[in-house]
Design a protein around this ligand. Structure first.
Ligand code: C5P
Length: 243
């Protein structure tokens, strides 16, 4: 078989040209990074778990009408997705103070927020993905006001769905990050959830013990990351099998 053309290699994933126009193949690597690549390890099987978990979250979202780029899982490490024009922003939704919000605002980690709070970060490795305001986004043309409204709405819908799904298996969805892309359909365009949703991009705390079941285990050196992700997959009943 001819070697596929690589479109883009990121820290944890590779995108290849897909079999049909308008499609891509998303490959999940075992590479695990923190601090914008400062800490880097290969964690065997992490890519397999994230491929399966992202499939689970994306298909769940599609089932309640939230549009995503996911088409189908191809194998243990690859999924077929729709090609999108990525919006150069990360959308973070927070239910509980943690991580950079706690640091920036001095709010103790674990403090329940009065309502879900949405933040935007500019995707720019050289600048360490700085937080940006809606004013910045509009003024510098990274997205339109309509895009912003749609991103907030997508973020809140993903939050509602994911919070419920995780609470059902005894896990608190503390916060998460999504990335959003634009697709063109005839004269119309709309925004859809792209990239991945996995424990790499969420904070997940066990409701009973507070145990962290997400990438903070790696960032903060708290133990075995693949054990944590396996626990999430087991509770959701989506342990990857051979293919
Ligand atoms: O670090 P911070 O507290 O801003 O992260 C908020 C949420 O966004 C966390 O769930 C984290 O895993 C996720 N995130 C991410 N990729 C980044 C930054 C944050 O997935 N580049």
């Amino acid at each position: 078989m001819a070697r596929r053309r690589m479109i883009y290699e990121g820290k944890a994933k590779i995108l290849y040209e897909g079999p049909e126009p308008g499609t891509l193949i998303q490959f999940f690597k075992d590479d695990t990074t923190a601090g914008n690549g400062e800490k880097h390890e290969l964690i065997e099987g992490k890519g397999v778990l994230n491929n399966r978990l992202s499939e689970h979250f994306m298909t769940g979202l599609a089932s309640i009408g939230v549009p995503t780029h996911f088409i189908k899982r191809l194998n243990m490490r690859e999924q077929l997705v729709r090609a999108v024009e990525m919006i150069p922003l990360e959308v973070v939704v927070r239910n509980v103070a943690a991580g950079s919000m706690s640091k920036r605002l001095g709010i103790e980690e674990g403090t329940q927020l009065p309502r879900p709070i949405i933040e935007f970060y500019l995707k720019n490795d050289e600048l360490n993905d700085p937080i940006v305001s809606e004013e910045h986004i509009i003024a510098f043309g990274w997205a339109t006001q309509q895009d912003l409204d749609d991103m907030v709405s997508l973020g809140l819908r993903v939050n509602d769905f994911m919070s419920g799904m995780m609470m059902g298996v005894g896990i608190k969805l503390v916060d998460f990050k999504i990335e959003i892309g634009r697709v063109f359909e005839g004269d119309f365009q709309r925004l859809i959830v792209a990239d991945e949703i996995s424990p790499d991009s969420c904070r997940l705390w066990d409701v009973e013990s507070g145990q962290k079941l997400d990438k903070d285990v790696f960032r903060r050196g708290l133990g075995d990351l693949s054990e944590a992700y396996t626990e999430v997959a087991k509770r959701l009943g989506v342990m990857p099998r051979q293919n």
